[in-house]
Design a protein around this ligand. Structure first.
Ligand SMILES: [Zn+2]
Length: 80
């Protein structure tokens, strides 16, 4: 998403939340004349969170999940 300077400054603190608001896998913010470019995400779909991420398949223990979900499952197993 390309935003004018004042809007860019407003949205930067919410950068990590924007993907959840827009229900997309990733949001990139840039400065400039307003524009929204939508492209297919890279990577594979995580079996747990359904986000398309490039880190799906890197975990030996949980090859179907992204690293964030793999860590969540691991932490849950440790607490049991
Ligand atoms: Zn995931």
């Amino acid at each position: 998403m390309v935003l004018p300077d004042s809007d860019y400054e407003f949205f930067v603190p919410y950068h990590d939340t924007l993907k959840e608001i827009f229900i997309v896998s990733c949001v990139n913010l840039k400065r400039g004349e307003f524009a929204v470019n939508i492209i297919k995400a890279h990577g594979k779909k995580c079996a747990r969170c359904w986000n398309w991420r490039e880190d799906v398949g890197l975990s030996e223990s949980y090859p179907e999940t992204c690293s964030r979900c793999g860590d969540a499952i691991k932490n849950r197993e440790i607490k049991r």
